[in-house]
Design a protein around this ligand. Sequence first.
Ligand code: SAH
Length: 249
Amino acid sequence: MGKYGKRKMGLKKMVVLFSFIFLIFSCQNKGQEDLRKMEKKFMTLRERMVQEQIERRGIKDKKVLEAMRKVPRHLFVPEEYINEAYEDYPLPIGEGQTISQPYIVAKMTELLEIKEGEKVLEIGTGSGYQAAILAEMGAKVYTIEILPKLAEKAKKTLSNLGYENVTVLVGDGFKGYLPEAPYDKIIVTAAPEKIPEPLIEQLKIGGKLVIPVGKYNQELKLVNKKEEGIFVESVLPVRFVPMVGEVEK
Ligand code: SAH
């Protein structure tokens, strides 16, 4: 019994050990498979968002559409809203702020006519999603957020996703960001009651600025800065969180 008994015990142990290893492996595989399934689900939702909310409403810029197809919007919203990330509305991102509706992001980006390598200033980093879209299109982005907590979170999200051409700054965007001025394009995603003068000053001749303006009834404005002067046109009614800070004085 002695010899065989020992061997039997050995076999038993081996079986237990292998089952254990197998269990760990299959758990890991399952985890990875779940992740892959989730990513696939979000890709499908993203594609539907682009087709139904963005292309259907007339956005044509191929680079904008491509960026909106690529950037994982679900990673820019708080976890409790992850399943609503691709819906046709803005979502809370904490601190009383919101990530804009996908269509509005696309529309503002299209108005800017972004070209590879352009220097873009964004006021109102929020989640960092708009900055990611601009970076995805090859822009060099400087984005300013007045709330340090949001800036910190956006910085993490952007660096986790490998967006190296985005610099997140904490501060009041009313004054723009002089060290990197002038900018090819400027985008403002919080609404002042009138266009801050420093932003127009920090725009290059030939540059474009998109900005929501107004208190209750806001209008999205497109500003073209030309040799001959400043040209402002209204694009569509919008609803953004108010710009705070110096602009309120
Ligand atoms: N573009 C963001 C959404 C912006 S929400 C995104 O893609 O998620 C507007 C943001 O502007 C808020 O985070 C708010 O804190 C910020 N904000 C408001 N006033 C500001 C100011 N004066 N300077 C910089 N950021 C400001």
